[in-house]
Design a protein around this ligand. Structure first.
Ligand code: IPM
Ligand code: MG
Length: 364
């Protein structure tokens, strides 16, 4: 039994609805296993810009620093803050959290549930047995490289973004991937564009060097375009995929479709900082704010709920409790309950709150 401090940042769009259900499941775990989870909520994204003048305030950054883990919903989805001329973008909250807290390893597991194989646009026989983990580098590359700007020249406008990686940044994310592969099926696929980009050539060279320290793990190199194809052609062949920030962003949206819906996929962002309980981390469903369905109780809370399972596993070392959440989700899906995103003949479509309640009940 332990006491854990969690900063809760529901954010915008469907963020608050799905995080409410995630917290409900977390508190169900607390009462069943005798833990104490102390949650403190704060604003991020559009709501923070409007109330506090920035996408994430210094006070909220401090709250996060002092917590054992962060539960994050989604930010963005308000066009008035996202046009090309917006001064403060809601996504700045994410970038500041990732960068300032040095959360460089973003883990996105893809394991379609058996009962949802037919919900994917990919054939069930191709999906059967898919179980891989994407390790996306999260604090480097095009997202943070300078310069990044639009410039006025005598010929009109120019724009520049910078893709820069140090060998040390590449090495630490590759080590994370190899360590994780050791506890799985011992295969790492390193994804790059080494036929074109210098940063990818350094990436590939570093991957080969790091691999020498892990003789028990097999390393495969794939070009990112080929990887995009193989993800839907032979998804079962992957175990751990490791890649740079933007490739990881794109490939994980593609990979999410293997699980039937983006509403099923959790993520963890980790660094090296340890708390009294485990690794400090930020936990976030990958789906984003979905403004078109916000406030209607139509969103799928399963990604947010599975995000709590990842938090229990990586930040609190509560493996049994994490397994229990995953089993409860599977039980409810097997019983035929679905949210709108997974509507299918012969199933019962329930609202966000109802899905959260069913999963919490399955835990008791
Ligand atoms: C993600 C999201 C973010 C990203 C956006 C919201 C900035 O797409 O976490 O994958 O590109 O990293
Ligand atoms: Mg993305």
């Amino acid at each position: 039994m332990g006491t854990y401090a969690i900063a809760v940042l529901p954010g915008d769009g469907i963020g608050p609805e799905v995080i409410e259900q995630a917290v409900r499941v977390l508190q169900t775990i607390a009462s069943r296993y005798g833990h104490t989870f102390t949650t403190t909520s704060a604003l991020v994204g559009v709501s923070a810009i409007e109330a506090e003048g920035d996408a994430i305030s210094d006070a909220t950054m401090n709250l996060c620093q002092q917590s054992d883990a962060i539960l994050f919903g989604a930010v963005g989805g308000a066009p008035r803050y996202e046009g090309p001329n917006a001064k403060i973008q809601p996504a700045r909250a994410l970038f500041r959290l990732r960068k300032d807290l040095e959360l460089y390893a973003n883990l996105r597991p893809i394991r379609p549930l058996q009962a949802l194989l037919n919900a994917s646009t990919i054939k069930a026989e191709v999906l059967q047995g898919t179980d891989f983990l994407v390790v996306r580098e999260l604090t480097g590359g095009l997202y943070f490289g300078k310069p990044s700007e639009i410039r006025e020249t005598s010929q009109g406008y120019d724009a520049i973004d910078t893709l820069i990686y140090s060998e040390a940044e590449i090495e630490r994310i590759l080590r994370t991937a190899f360590e994780l592969a050791r506890a799985r099926r011992k295969k790492v696929t390193s994804v790059d564009k080494a036929n074109v980009l210098s940063s990818s050539r350094l990436w590939r060279r570093t991957a080969d060097r790091v691999a020498a320290a892990y003789p028990d793990v097999t390393l495969e190199h794939l070009l990112v375009d080929a990887c995009a194809m193989h993800l839907i052609r032979r998804p079962t062949s992957f175990d751990v995929i490791v890649t740079e920030n933007m490739f990881g962003d794109i490939l994980t949206d593609e990979a999410s479709m293997l699980a039937g819906s983006m509403g099923m996929l959790p993520s963890a962002s980790l660094g090296t900082r340890k708390t009294a309980h485990g690794l400090f981390g930020l936990y976030e469903p990958i789906h984003g704010s979905a403004p078109d369905i916000a406030g209607q109780q139509k969103a799928n809370p399963i990604a947010a709920i599975l995000t709590v399972a990842m938090m229990l596993r990586y930040s609190f070392n509560l493996k049994q409790e994490a397994d229990a959440i995953e089993a409860a989700v599977e039980q409810v899906v097997n019983a035929g309950y679905r949210t709108e995103d997974l509507r299918e003949a012969g199933t019962e479509v329930v609202r966000t709150q109802e899905m959260g309640r069913l999963i919490a009940e399955a835990l008791l």
